[in-house]
Design a protein around this ligand. Structure first.
Ligand code: FPP
Length: 233
């Protein structure tokens, strides 16, 4: 059967805070546990032959969370970058961050750039972490870049398909499957353009509970979907 394994799986990791609250723990403990799910899903994705796994780790809107939580999430990102180099190299995973990098601290930006460089030749899978990202922001920055280019060269002919090259996801395939955990059923300003024809899977599990087995089940569910892209098959 065609398309059994999706090329690009994307996950809106939701429910860390609820996971922690249910156990009487601080929210940040939920994020720490969530990192274990990141590792589990990334390893399973490589095993299953998924070529791109992307994760919505921090939205532009998330900057509005309490200062301590934002700091803790950024800290967690730093420590994950430090601790996961070996795992990424062992699994042949390329690491890429997409989003509004200007808002990140200089220290984090430097660490990200170093890890991207270190893993750039890894070919088993690309792990894309969306950080300080939102779909509307992406479309807006793309429109600005395109407008600047048209101002330089007004005769440039562009079609709707050319717009992709201005998005931060330029060069990466659109997600085949977008999974959202924790029972919420919304897109939350994520891949608005790129997700136009994605299959969606909403699962009840909270992100820290979503491990290898859940990832495998999600791929099984995807394999049953009939993708038509607005056409008749
Ligand atoms: C959503 O749960 C989760 C986040 C906003 C952060 C996700 C980040 C991680 C799992 C850690 C870092 C990631 C990487 C790639 C190393 P929530 O806080 O919105 O949960 P709630 O809806 O239950 O409050």
């Amino acid at each position: 059967m065609e398309n059994q394994i999706p090329t690009h799986v994307s996950i809106i990791m939701d429910g860390n805070g609820r996971w922690a609250r249910e156990r009487g723990l601080e929210r940040v403990k939920g994020h720490v546990e969530g990192v274990k799910s990141v590792r589990a899903c990334a390893e399973e994705a490589v095993r299953q032959g998924v070529k791109y796994l992307s994760l919505f780790a921090f939205s532009e809107e998330n900057w509005g969370r309490p200062r301590e939580e934002v700091d803790a999430l950024m800290q967690l990102m730093m420590s994950s970058i430090r601790d996961e180099v070996a795992t990424l190299m062992d699994n042949g995973v390329r690491f890429v961050v997409l989003g509004n990098r200007e808002r990140l601290s200089a220290t984090l930006r430097t660490a990200i750039a170093a890890l991207e460089k270190r893993t750039e030749k890894n070919g088993a899978m690309t792990l894309i972490v969306f950080l300080s990202y939102s779909g509307k922001w992406d479309i807006f920055q793309a429109a600005r870049k395109m407008a600047a280019e048209l101002a330089r060269d007004p005769s440039k002919e562009l079609t709707i398909n050319d717009f992709d090259q201005y998005l931060v996801t330029a060069g990466y395939p659109d997600p085949d499957l977008i999974i959202r955990t924790s029972g919420e059923q919304r897109i939350s300003n994520y891949l608005l353009w790129q997700g136009a024809y994605s299959e969606f899977l909403f699962v009840e599990q909270l992100w820290p509970d979503f491990r290898e087995e859940s990832f495998r089940r999600a791929l099984e569910e995807y394999a049953k979907r009939d993708r038509r892209y607005g056409k008749v098959k």
